[in-house]
Design a protein around this ligand. Structure first.
Ligand code: ADP
Ligand code: MG
Length: 300
């Protein structure tokens, strides 16, 4: 496209809440044959809520909450925010007078898996089953049962281990965005297919996929896995748009022909993307592709 056409289209996009960073994205978006959606915060509202909390060891609910809050308070992940809010509420309910957030040392983010750190002399790991496996933390049959029951209800389970033992868990629900199903169906009518890639488990991801009408699911993928999925599709000759909101989506956003970041997402995702959907509405995936189609047909 000519610099003028790019400028005009960028202006039109901006007025509709679609920020296009340069001509390249605009020139590619009309060719997109597949849209890869992240799940949490992209297809879902990204305001997860804890709906269940349990203890699995001798640690009290207060201790579980203290340790969880300390570690999760340093995480930007929407799941972390939900867990912190709920744990603070629980701590109060169980009679704790403290509102203190204990210091955490050696804080670590395990992308697409959870977080860990030292709280005083305790080692705390908060995240999914995969993270517990990676940290050699055994998961007993009682915990397994709790996880599978909740995952079958489309919930995501967050396990908390203290000093190498599962101390408790939180289960989370996160509703899909109201427009998600409509957008997937409209893309389909444009000849564009949709895929979910997520770090979350298969059972939860499949439940969400069914809700929005997507039939291809890649679950339990780390950030590199998400990017590799994009590259796989490209090798099969597809032109790929990736839509994501998280730090964990950044490699895939960069790898995609067109990376689209949810406006409400993390700064790193917004930086990695070619297009920013300022209103955080999935409808604007279509707006962006449409704008590109119009621009490219006008100059040809
Ligand atoms: P998605 O790809 O759906 O956006 P992520 O890759 O961000 O999901 O996260 C994948 C999974 O990793 C989550 O479902 C959760 O189990 C776990 N996880 C990631 N970050 C955290 C965190 N801060 N606390 C607890 N669990 C986390
Ligand atoms: Mg996400």
């Amino acid at each position: 496209a000519t610099p003028t056409a790019v400028m005009v289209a960028s202006g039109m996009g901006a007025s509709q809440g679609v920020l296009i960073k340069g001509g390249n994205a605009l020139e590619k978006a009309h060719k997109v044959t597949v849209v890869v959606f992240d799940k949490t915060g992209t297809l879902t509202v990204g305001k997860p809520e804890v709906v269940s909390a349990v203890l699995f060891s001798e640690f009290s609910m207060e201790e579980l909450c203290d340790m969880t809050i300390a570690v999760e308070a340093s995480s930007e992940h929407p799941i972390a925010k939900a867990v912190v809010v709920h744990a603070k509420r629980l701590r109060k309910k169980f009679g704790s007078s403290t509102e203190e957030i204990f210091d955490v040392d050696d804080f670590e983010v395990h992308m697409g898996a959870g977080v860990s750190g030292k709280v005083g002399d305790r080692t705390v790991v908060v995240g999914n089953k995969r993270l517990m496996h990676a940290c050699n933390i055994p998961i007993g049959s009682q915990v397994e049962k709790y996880i599978s029951e909740n995952e079958n209800l489309a919930r995501t389970c967050i396990l908390v281990s203290i000093d190498g033992k599962i101390a408790g868990a939180f289960c989370i629900t996160d509703p899909v965005k109201p427009e998600a199903r409509r957008v997937v169906s409209f893309l389909h009518s444009m000849g564009i297919s949709s895929i979910i890639v997520t770090g979350d488990n298969r059972a939860t991801a499949t439940a969400i996929a069914n809700e929005v009408g997507i039939d291809e699911v890649f679950a339990e993928t780390d950030p590199v896995g998400k990017a590799n999925k994009v590259k796989d599709l490209q090798m099969k000759g597809m032109t790929v748009a990736m839509v994501g909101d998280g730090i964990n989506d950044s490699p895939a956003l960069v790898a995609a022909d067109v990376g689209m970041a949810i406006g409400a997402g993390t700064d790193i995702a917004i930086e990695a993307a070619d297009i920013v959907l300022v209103k955080s509405s999935l409808e604007d995936v279509i707006t962006a592709i449409d704008l590109s189609r119009k621009t490219m047909s006008r100059i040809r």
